[in-house]
Design a protein around this ligand. Structure first.
Ligand SMILES: [Zn+2]
Length: 214
């Protein structure tokens, strides 16, 4: 899942008036930031296999430290604790940040082929494989995104017309949720990792910009 992860950020933003959308954009993709960083330094691996699924040609065969159920829970707890202790932010807000981080696993399960480890390495792997169908995965991904956007735009305390930067960000994300599988294939896993990290960073930057007066 790519854009669908941000549905969790948009929904959680409704619960946390002082947490900015940009913080939540990092939180919901923290696991993917970690994965592609680990790919670059050789700690985790994927293979580019054309036709591996209808949506993504990536065999994500080795990602125990970023994407396992146990690891994702640890990432969520650690992120929440750091936010609370080092960031000196309220516990409730830190808990929601942790939930946003951990949502990554739940949202990946329906899409991935069975490549999401429960434990760190050996053992069962989860994934319902919706990526095998472009139509099914686009419906789920876009549907989640639209629901998240609606929750975000109707959040309590938001007043006045929705600004143009917000519409542009949401529009770009809606377009990406449909178009991602048709983007050109990266030439190497390192190229894919750098492209992905750049895309997550750009979306995060614009999420901060959208709420820059907050
Ligand atoms: Zn992921």
């Amino acid at each position: 899942m790519f854009i669908g992860h941000y549905a969790a950020a948009l929904a959680v933003r409704r619960q946390t008036p002082d947490l900015r959308l940009g913080h939540l954009f990092v939180a919901v993709q923290l696991v993917d930031f970690a994965f592609f960083f680990f790919v670059l330094i050789g700690v985790e691996r994927l293979r580019i296999v054309p036709g591996f699924t209808e949506v993504f040609p990536f065999d994500l065969h080795d990602m125990p430290y970023s994407h396992s159920l146990v690891a994702t829970a640890v990432w969520g707890v650690v992120a929440g604790l750091l936010w609370h202790k080092l960031g000196k932010r309220p516990g409730r807000e830190a808990a929601w940040l942790g939930v946003a981080v951990a949502s990554h696993f739940l949202l990946d399960v329906p899409m991935h082929t069975p490549d999401l480890p429960v434990l760190f390495s050996d053992g069962p792997k989860l994934g319902l494989g919706l990526w095998q169908s472009w139509i099914a995965s686009t419906l789920v991904e876009t549907g989640l995104f639209v629901a998240g956007a609606a929750l975000y735009l109707t959040r309590p305390g938001r007043t006045g017309p929705v600004g143009r930067p917000t519409w542009i960000l949401l529009g770009v994300m809606a377009a990406l949720s449909v178009a991602t599988p048709f983007l050109p294939l990266p030439g190497s896993t390192a190229e894919l990792a750098l492209q992905s990290l750049a895309a997550y960073s750009a979306l995060t930057y614009f999420a901060f910009r959208v709420e820059r007066r907050a």
